[in-house]
Design a protein around this ligand. Structure first.
Ligand SMILES: Nc1ncnc2c1ncn2[C@@H]1O[C@H](COP(=O)(O)OP(=O)(O)OP(=O)(O)O)[C@@H](O)[C@H]1O
Length: 242
């Protein structure tokens, strides 16, 4: 029997008056490209952080690669990659210095760091300081940093937000490649077209709950609608972007 990459049961997390995550259960299989969809504030990031072992749930538990992700398990952290926002870069370092710094935390060689930079198409930007990179270049650098230690499972939180259509498409190719190499990918996104294009399965979240899980095509067919945007409308009775 193979172990699921993620198995989360009954997760709950409250911040003051806000019930950010309200009984979330999820299962992600090894090798899957899995999307967590939902509008701002749906609870996507909090759910991911609990699963990653970066945040303690009030209730419930998450198994990551077959092991409990809380209390924080440093051995597990080596086996996962978490894409940080570009704002988490070290100040004033060049692209090459950034990725070599991340690599050094894991005892990964400079050569491997440089190869990752090459694989995301940033070799010609190696000497450019992070604050001079375009939005798409900064996203690619942050993804390369998350992959530098060759993790089995990668978490990407809204990797294409704020990018122009061409940069988004370039990034989609990169993300597909990461998954085709055999890695499990978990992505949060606001963009339904992105989820439809990339994800094997999606969980549609709203107000801290998972409303439905399935293959994008299957959800569209089941609900008799044209696209994922309409799946959301049909599940919640309201527009995705209100
Ligand atoms: N550290 C925190 N302290 C207090 N409230 C928080 C904190 N983090 C998140 N929240 C609140 O919890 C709810 C869920 O937030 P979360 O970031 O998980 O949602 P999200 O679906 O990832 O949203 P977005 O798409 O905007 O990133 C929101 O109402 C948010 O304001």
């Amino acid at each position: 029997m193979t172990t699921s990459a993620i198995k989360a049961e009954g997760l709950r997390k409250r911040y003051g008056d806000v019930q950010a995550v309200d009984g979330v259960s999820l299962q992600v299989e090894t090798g899957e490209f899995y999307g967590i969809l939902g509008p701002n504030g749906a609870g996507k990031t909090t759910t991911m952080e609990i699963v990653e072992g970066l945040r303690q749930p009030d209730e419930g538990r998450a198994l990551l690669l077959g092991e409990s992700s809380w209390p924080r398990n440093t051995a597990l952290l080596r086996r996962i990659g978490v894409q940080l926002q570009a704002s988490a870069f070290f100040e004033k370092l060049t692209a090459r210095e950034q990725i070599r710094s991340f690599a050094s935390f894991y005892g990964v060689s400079d050569a491997r760091a440089d190869a990752m930079l090459e694989s995301v198409g940033l070799t010609d930007k190696a000497n450019v300081q992070d604050d001079r990179l375009s939005g798409g270049q900064a996203q690619r650098l942050s993804i390369a940093c998350a992959l530098v230690h060759d993790p089995e499972l990668v978490f990407l939180d809204e990797p294409t937000t704020g990018l122009d259509p061409q940069a988004r498409r370039n990034l989609w190719d990169l993300l597909r490649g990461i998954n085709e190499e055999g890695r499990t990918v978990v992505l949060t996104t606001h963009y339904m077209d992105e989820a439809e294009t990339l994800c094997d399965r999606v969980a549609v979240m709203d107000r801290g709950k998972v409303l439905r899980v399935g293959q994008p095509r299957q959800l569209i067919e089941e609900l008799g609608v044209d696209n994922l945007e309409h799946v959301f409308l049909s599940l919640t009775g309201r527009e995705y972007r209100e």
